[in-house]
Design a protein around this ligand. Sequence first.
Ligand code: CMP
Length: 139
Amino acid sequence: ALQRTFSIIKPDATRRNLTGQINAVLENAGLRIIAQKRLHLTKAQAEAFYAVHKERPFYNDLVAFMTSGPVVVQVLEGEDAVAKNRDVMGATNPKEAAEGTIRKSFAENIEANSVHGSDSAENAAIEIAFFFAGIEIVG
Ligand code: CMP
C-alpha cells in the first residue's frame, strides 16, 4: 500500500556534500520526497528524537554526532515506503550493508552511517510529526 516514512540524511553525509546523491538513490528506488528541510539539531532536539536509545551505551556519542553539523529531514512516500527505505539504506553497520545500498556506498562507520529511516509505520508517524507540520508535507 502507499505509505509514508521518515528519513534523515545525517551530518557525515551533509559534510561530504552527498545530499543530492543520496536523494537520487531514494528516488531511483521509487520513493518520492514529499517534504524536506535542512536543520542543525540542538542537543535537546537530538536527545528527544533518540529518547528510545537513552539507556544504550552509544547514546551520548550519537547525540554529539547528530548535532555536529546539518541534517536533512525528509518525508518519503511510496509503495511499502518503510520497508523499501530500509532496503535501500542497508544494514546499520556499513560493514554488513549490501552492495548498492546507501550505507554501503556512503557510510563511514556504524555511528556515522549517513541515513536514518523509521523502523515501522507507527514510528514513521511519530517521527514525521516530530519534525513536520501537516502544511509542509505535499504528497
Ligand atoms: P539510526 O538508524 O539513526 O538509529 C540509532 C543510531 O545510533 C544508528 O542509526 C547509528 O547512527 C547509531 N549507533 C551507534 N552505534 C550503534 C550501535 N552499536 N548499534 C546501533 N546503532 C548505533
